[in-house]
Design a protein around this ligand. Structure first.
Ligand SMILES: Nc1nc2c(ncn2[C@@H]2O[C@H](COP(=O)(O)OP(=O)(O)O)[C@@H](O)[C@H]2O)c(=O)[nH]1
Ligand SMILES: [Mg+2]
Length: 370
């Protein structure tokens, strides 16, 4: 249980994903701290959206999005090839008897994709229980895999939850080097393209380079930034960021945080203090806590990130560096490990290199149908 449980917006006995669901329900009920939260589903028909359309950015967004998905498609090639070719090779005739040997070989092939052992086991068991001792067709196997993967990945159509009035505060956390600062630049660009005004808070005061890096991005993107001195109090920066966001009536304020301190306890205390100063000014904030996860970091990176996720009560994942790996399928075990949704995928170091993650498009991509 994370140390931020007293800051949670909902029952501490629930999982993070349930928290998100609760927060969404709370958004439609009265007298809760999450009162002024609305979901991105509402937002798609909102004034901001039409503002973005009239701002002439939609075509560019569609173009960027096409490119990003093309890149994700090539990242899924390995998984797709294994699913299509290796599984087909199990079939000497159109139908194949499902016996222990078949199941063993199928399981080995599934593990060869990036889906992880858990999902592979689940698919194997499904086929075993339904087809053991009977003949199965290649198309049936693919259909079952597709169904299981869709079920494993399923997440609410995850909007960014914006404040209904006043600034939306987004805190970005994650292990050092995971891509927090770069992802903040991408998010800022994403929100700007939606016609929103953005303010950045450089609360990673632990490393001088971190403030500098975010300052360069702010200049490049033409957004304001609130910063403190190196070694200064990050909570003070967070406080000033939120205060300025309120004063200037900014739409979105994105706050960077440190990924590492001398000790884990110090880091968690620092995050706790940042939460406190934000909530002192806007009780329902932060409206989102994004965990940045490096897609190339492997199991070790995942377990480190899990520490953050639990401690900071994260609400969604930004999966960075998905361009640096041919293993797009890694999203499957990540969704298994974290009970929070993958909201965005980062695929490069430029502000445009961020795509909204859509489960149906991803699954279609695994089966060559995009
Ligand atoms: N290829 C690639 N590199 C990335 C991506 N996101 C971040 N990076 C790089 O990863 C390194 C660490 O990123 P940074 O944002 O500084 O991480 P932070 O320490 O978590 O703030 C930098 O060199 C970034 O340019 C991505 O999506 N793709
Ligand atoms: Mg950084």
């Amino acid at each position: 249980m994370g140390i931020f449980k007293r800051f949670k917006k909902s029952d501490t006995t629930t999982s993070p994903s349930e928290n998100r669901d609760h927060a969404e329900q709370a958004a439609h009920s009265n007298n809760t701290p999450a009162d002024n939260i609305k979901n991105r589903g509402d937002e798609s028909t909102s004034a901001e959206q039409s503002k973005s359309a009239s701002g002439g950015t939609t075509e560019q967004q569609d173009y960027d999005r096409g490119n990003l998905w093309q890149r994700l498609q090539s990242g899924l090639k390995k998984t797709r090839d294994v699913l299509k070719t290796d599984i087909r090779d199990l079939f000497k005739t159109e139908g194949q008897l499902v016996d222990d040997e078949f199941l063993k070989r199928l399981f080995a092939i599934l593990v060869k994709t990036d889906m992880g052992g858990g999902p592979a086991e689940k698919i194997k068991s499904h086929i075993e229980s339904q087809f053991h001792g009977r003949v199965i067709k290649f198309e049936d196997v693919l259909k079952i895999i597709r169904g299981e993967l869709t079920e494993l990945l399923i997440q609410p159509t995850q909007p960014v939850r914006f404040a209904q009035s006043g600034p939306s505060i987004i805190l970005v956390v994650g292990v050092n080097g995971s891509g927090k600062t770069t992802s903040i630049a991408k998010l800022a660009h994403h929100f700007q393209a939606e016609g929103k005004s953005v303010l950045l808070g450089a609360a990673d005061t632990f490393r001088a380079a971190a403030v500098q890096q975010l300052t360069i991005w702010a200049e490049r993107l033409g957004v304001d930034i609130v910063k403190g001195d190196q070694g200064g109090d990050p909570a003070a920066v967070a406080h000033r960021s939120v205060a300025q966001a309120i004063e200037q009536d900014v739409d979105v304020c994105i706050i960077d945080t440190a990924g590492r301190l001398q000790t884990q306890t110090n880091l968690m205390k620092q995050l706790e203090k940042i939460f406190r100063v934000i909530q002192n000014q806007i009780p329902a904030a932060p409206h989102e806590v994004f965990l940045v996860l490096d897609a190339t970091a492997g199991q070790n990176g995942i377990s480190q990130a899990r520490g953050f996720s639990e401690a900071a009560n994260c609400t969604g994942i930004i999966l960075s560096k998905l361009d640096g790996t041919a293993k797009g399928g890694v999203i499957i075990p990540i969704r298994q490990e974290f009970s929070i949704p993958v909201l965005f995928v980062g695929q490069g170091e430029q502000p445009e290199d961020l795509a909204v993650f859509k489960v149906d498009e991803f699954v279609a991509g695994l089966f060559d149908e995009v």
